[in-house]
Design a protein around this ligand. Structure first.
Ligand SMILES: [Zn+2]
Length: 118
């Protein structure tokens, strides 16, 4: 399809508003959250070196950890994101399954998930 080249300096519009090319996208995370997440990545890597197996062991387990599961959810207790007593080595399969309705019930029954802080 032949397209007409846009004229230099012509403004682009979306929904009636001109596109401001200088505008930066909003940051998705606060600096504090970004630093905490970096620290969590480091912690995950160190724990993986120490013992690379999944400790959640759900019916969907792949056996090898790839992340850390938070017993008390990050959203419930953000101050405990880096608390070693609040994390369990987990494979992504277990970690994802725990988020489902069946998995959540299973995790609560075996103490892998707490709805509120201790
Ligand atoms: Zn697992």
């Amino acid at each position: 399809m032949k397209r007409t080249q846009m004229k230099r300096g012509s403004k682009q519009f979306t929904h009636g508003k001109p596109i401001d090319s200088k505008r930066k996208p909003l940051p998705h995370k606060s600096v504090k959250t970004a630093r905490r997440d970096e620290e969590l990545q480091r912690m995950t890597a160190l724990m993986m070196l120490d013992d690379p197996t999944c400790h959640v062991r759900s019916p969907h387990c792949t056996g090898y950890m790839s992340c850390l599961h938070h017993v008390t959810a990050r959203s419930v207790a953000p101050q405990r994101v880096l608390d070693p007593d609040n994390v369990v080595r987990s494979c992504s399969s277990c970690n994802n399954w725990i988020e489902t309705a069946d998995g959540s019930e299973w995790a609560e029954a075996c103490g892998m998930k707490r709805r509120s802080e201790r």
